[in-house]
Design a binder for this molecule. Structure first.
Ligand code: TYD
Length: 145
C-alpha cells in the first residue's frame, strides 16, 4: 500500500513482515518493493544522537531508507516544501526520488539506517549546498512547466 505523497513524490512504502514466536522477518524484492533497479545497499549505524547524516541531495540517485533497527527522523525537502518523517519500523521504507534534499537526525542509540540505492557510489551525483540545490530544483520546475 502507498501512503500520502511527501515533497518531490517521496513516499512511505509498506514492506512485508512475518512475525511468529521466533521474531520477525522482512524482505525486500526489487520488482515488488523497490521503484528502481537495485545497484547498491549501505547502512549507517553507531551515530551519536546529536549528529546529522546524509545532509545533501542527489541529482539522479533514487533511494529507499529503512530503520532496520531503532529510530531516526528524515527531513525531506524539494526546495519549496519540507516535511520531517520519523522512521521507526523495519517494515516501512521511505522512497526518495532524485533531486530530493534529505537529512537524517535524532538517531536512537540502536539505530541502523539501511539504504537501497539505484546507482553505484558517485560523488558527482551529490549536491552538498542547500542553496545550489534549491536553485537547481527551481530551474527543473521551470523547465518542466
Ligand atoms: P557520507 O556521504 O559523508 O555520508 P552521509 O550519507 O551521512 O552524508 O559518506 C561517508 C563516507 O563514505 C564518504 O567518505 C563517502 C563514503 N561512501 C562510499 O564510499 N560509498 C558509499 O556508497 C557511500 C554512501 C559513502
Amino acid at each position: 500500500m502507498t501512503e500520502p505523497l511527501l515533497p518531490n513524490g517521496a513516499r512511505l512504502l509498506d514492506l512485508p513482515k512475518f512475525t511468529d514466536e521466533r521474531g520477525s522477518l522482512t524482505y525486500v524484492e526489487q520488482q515488488n518493493h523497490l521503484p528502481f533497479e537495485l545497484r547498491r545497499a549501505y547502512y549507517i549505524y553507531d551515530v551519536p544522537g546529536d549528529e546529522v547524516r546524509g545532509e545533501h541531495a542527489h541529482i539522479d540517485l533514487e533511494q529507499v531508507l529503512v530503520a532496520a533497527s531503532g529510530r531516526f527522523d528524515v527531513v525531506v525537502d524539494d526546495g519549496e516544501d519540507r516535511r520531517t518523517v520519523t522512521l521507526d519500523a523495519p517494515d516501512e521504507g521511505l522512497y526518495l526520488p532524485g533531486m530530493t534534499w534529505r537529512a537524517m537526525t535524532n538517531f536512537s542509540e540502536d539505530a541502523v539506517c539501511l539504504v537501497f540505492a539505484s546507482e553505484y557510489y558517485d560523488e558527482d551525483d551529490y549536491v552538498h549546498e542547500y542553496d545550489e540545490f534549491a536553485e537547481r530544483a527551481a530551474n527543473t520546475r521551470v523547465n518542466e512547466g
